[in-house]
Design a binder for this molecule. Structure first.
Ligand code: SF4
Ligand code: SF4
Length: 279
């Protein structure tokens, strides 16, 4: 039997929301008996898209888009919370909320640690992404969201089949789950998840202008060291760093060196403007 999963490469996602719209096109006003009732027109985002801002400098802000459907977990919290077997996992790994048995079980909305379950007020049922199980049962190879992605950054398939599109796509890559600490063993995997990053802007104090080509080093308490250079705008970035204590230093010919100790506690930190004075 198959073990369906989805992989999303965030390096290529352009935040077009096609996947979300395709989900609505497939489910709003359409009922798929035994799988799901119609999705309401408003308020439900079975394919939800998180937008994470990365502040590299006040003039350089990047947005990372993270499409997040139900993760069809191997250890689903929703299934544990359901009464009368109202949530079950199919043999192909898809987690389904039974639209009849789940009637009135509003508590299931809170049971999902990722907020992937929505309450349908009219039908009085909890609902979520089904991986378009009705289409897969009809012979489709992928859900509507995956089919609609204009940059093909979403890949769907059977993880148990080494020849499947998703198995080949993930081969040799370090795909990760979002929020793995929730412990539900998600089957939606990501490439390019944003990591803690540090940024700042260096200014030559005597000229009050952006300091291009300044050497910047970052030293960890564990002895690690990374180096970079400021760009044309005096900006520098260190991506994918650990949350820990660091010393950052700046060196430029003709200017007094500077160093600053700081605690990297947040997912991103913009150190602001660092002024270098002439030597
Ligand atoms: S993501 Fe939430 S709703 Fe989906 S299977 Fe996991 S626990 Fe259940
Ligand atoms: S359709 Fe593709 S590119 Fe557009 S938001 Fe969804 S995953 Fe990103």
């Amino acid at each position: 039997m198959a073990k369906y999963a989805m992989a999303i490469d965030l390096n290529y996602c352009i935040g077009c929301y096609n996947c979300q719209i395709a989900c609505k096109d497939e489910h709003v006003g359409n009922e798929y008996p035994s799988i799901t009732k119609p999705q309401p027109t408003f308020g439900h985002f079975w394919m939800s898209i998180q937008e994470i801002e990365r502040v590299y400098s006040p003039s350089n802000i990047e947005v990372v888009y993270i499409p997040t459907p139900c993760r069809h977990c191997d250890d689903p919290a929703c299934m544990k919370a359901a009464k009368d077997g109202a949530v079950y996992k199919r043999e192909d790994g898809i987690v389904i909320i039974d639209p009849e048995k789940a009637k009135g079980q509003r508590g299931l909305v809170e049971a999902c640690p990722y907020g992937s379950i929505y309450w349908n007020e009219e039908e009085e049922i909890p609902q979520k992404c089904t991986f378009c199980a009705h289409l897969l049962d009809d012979g489709w190879k992928e859900p509507r969201c995956v089919q609609s992605c204009p940059v093909s950054c979403m890949v769907f398939g059977d993880l148990d089949d080494p020849e499947s599109k998703i198995s080949k796509f993930l081969e040799g890559k370090d795909a990760e789950a979002l929020e793995p600490e929730k412990g539900t063993q998600p089957n939606v995997k990501y490439l390019g998840l944003p990591k803690p990053c540090l940024a700042g802007t260096v200014i030559f104090g005597d000229k009050d202008e952006c300091a291009k080509g300044v050497s910047v080093f970052l030293e960890g308490k564990d002895g690690s060291r990374r180096e970079t250079e400021t760009d044309f705008f005096g900006d520098f970035t260190f991506d994918n760093i650990q949350k820990a204590q660091y010393r950052i230093g700046f060196e430029a010919r003709g200017y007094r060196g500077r160093s600053v100790d700081f605690d990297m506690a947040a997912d991103e930190l913009y150190l602001g403007e660092i002024i270098l004075d002439p030597a």
